[in-house]
Design a protein around this ligand. Sequence first.
Ligand SMILES: [Mg+2]
Length: 359
Amino acid sequence: MHTTRLQLIEGCLLGCAVGDAIGLPYEGMSTRRARRFARLPLEQRFLLGYGMVSDDTDHSVFVAQAMLRGGGDVEKFRACLAWRFRLWFLCLPAGIGLATLRGILRLWLGMRRSGVFSAGNGPSMRSAIIGATWSHDTKRRRAHVHASTLLTHTDPKAFVGALAVAEVAAQLVAGLWKQKPDVETFMALLASVSADTSWQKVVDGMRAACTSPDPMGFALKQFGTRQGISGYVLHSVPFALLAWYHHFGDYRATIETITQAGGDVDTVAAIAGALAGATSGTDGIPQTWLKHLTDWPHSTGYMRELATGLAACDSPQPNSPEQEPPAVNTRFSPWLFPRGILFTTVVLLHGLRRLLPPY
Ligand SMILES: [Mg+2]
């Protein structure tokens, strides 16, 4: 199947959103409980058969808006993203990560070094779209991932995880991995991301999973606990990458495997969903999942609009003065505030539901 750069970037944004929305009802469940709640085949189940997105998608949208505003200028990108985080915090987002919360408070205090020492998966959940956008520009890709990471997280592991996700997305959108790469090609790319010993150990563990008879069972033992896959970047990123790789080209199977693992399901599904969407384009996402994702103002229609702008960021000199600014609305929507109240209410109802069986 021939897919264009636009379809792959759109698939990356929408794939992140759909993975996030499908995974959300099972977030924080143990592996055992997630398997009892997440009966297959999955459908949107967050609110009466419809899906809403969480921080993972909101952040990816903010990153997309900031890239469009920055036009390739990293400092401008950083400043735009920082303002979106500050304003988003005022919308009282449910389920915000602790490091992200502290990072944003530091931004409000005017601190330039806003990130805190944490190896959470926050920067990884918003980095696939960076890799997809700057798929042909290694330097710019890296600089954008770095700037996005440091706003909230300073542990080098958080950057390495985020960069690994971006590098895979870049390969896909650049058309280098139209077919499933062999294990050694995949591992060589991951190993090249950082020489850090803890990362190299992760790559070794991933290689072992890929060559085992039950790759995802192995991955769950290697990177998970009975509580599922944690929000630690060196757990969530390798598991998301393995789910994407094992089910290469099969969006539904990728997300279903992740929901069955439990833990930080929405974020792991958002990361793997972004990559699976960048593999097959929007057409690879189950259409009922997409149709029943009815969030607002970060709607699927708005994300398609953003993708159009991002696909045009590919010119050899994205910030050349003669380039027309993309005609895409990149403003922070004030509607996120009332929407946040509805979202938090539904999250609380899910919390109450979980007091009931199945246990
Ligand atoms: Mg989330």
